[in-house]
Design a protein. Structure first.
Lengths: 171, 171
């Protein structure tokens, strides 16, 4: 299970704090995420990472809807973004929301930091742990968050696609 | 567009005839095809090719239902067979039919020969041309078929998954 908490942050300040913590920089990704029309708590996404020449098909089920911190995730890399999008359209799914971001990925121990500048939304940090032990994972995430100077008031419980939709005037 | 004609054949006889024609042997594939529950003329398949360590997600629409010789095909390679099958199950598709075969692939000019020993069904040759010019492609396929000693009476219009289903007692 993927457990993550998303925070609204100041990109440069948090970046410096993550590096100060001693986390290793893994990679920079330009991401274009196309979300398809299935109903929450399920998510269906095709992601293109043009700077790495990669694409992914991802299914997620949110297991704590509303909080959106616990995800049952299935993901495969696919050889072609456009063809994968087209297959889903043929199967009857509609392109719903597109989320574009520049993301820096860091890791420290079993914790992954995804620091993103999201087009139209600002900067966010996802602190993520892959674990079947939810409570332990949450404790670990919050220990780190506190070290970065982040608190409950910085948490953004809404999904990126919800934020994009709200910004577009809701639907 | 994928245009192909399927023949019921004698594996060894046709293999010798293909090689005599001068076709190049490309590869041997062990294929395990899982077809999912969507309605004809659409097909949704995940293929595992264990001897090459590859897997593919494929959507096809038969554009000449009944004859089953003309296909609009979309295919991507995927990084993991089981995860892809699981994603489709989560999306509500049911595993319908599994087709297992050993396939030899040859090519001559723009023509692909797929000579298969299909578990429980016997040997088949698919002669395939990728082209948007259906008539020309069909003529090319039949020229080759005649050189291999194959005629209309050898054509198998049913899909592999239909043959498997009929063998299992129909449904």
């Amino acid at each position: 299970m993927e457990i993550e908490v998303k925070f609204h942050v100041d990109f440069n300040k948090v970046r410096a704090a993550i590096e100060l913590l001693g986390a290793s920089f893994l990679r920079e990704e330009l991401q274009e995420d196309v979300y398809f029309s299935i109903s929450l708590p399920e998510l269906l996404r095709v992601r293109r990472v043009p700077n790495l020449g990669k694409a992914f098909l991802t299914y997620k089920r949110i297991t704590d809807p509303g909080r959106n911190e616990e995800f049952d995730e299935l993901e495969v890399e696919v050889s072609d973004f456009n063809t994968t999008v087209e297959i889903l359209k043929r199967l009857g799914y509609r392109e719903d929301v597109v989320v574009r971001k520049r993301r820096l990925v860091y890791r420290l121990g079993g914790v992954t930091f995804e620091l993103s500048e999201v087009e139209g939304l600002g900067a966010f940090l996802d602190i993520e742990v892959i674990s079947d032990e939810v409570d332990g994972a949450k404790r670990k995430i919050w220990e780190i968050a506190e070290k970065l100077g982040l608190g409950e008031e910085d948490v953004e419980p809404r999904l990126y696609q919800e934020l994009i939709r709200e910004r577009a005037g809701g639907r």
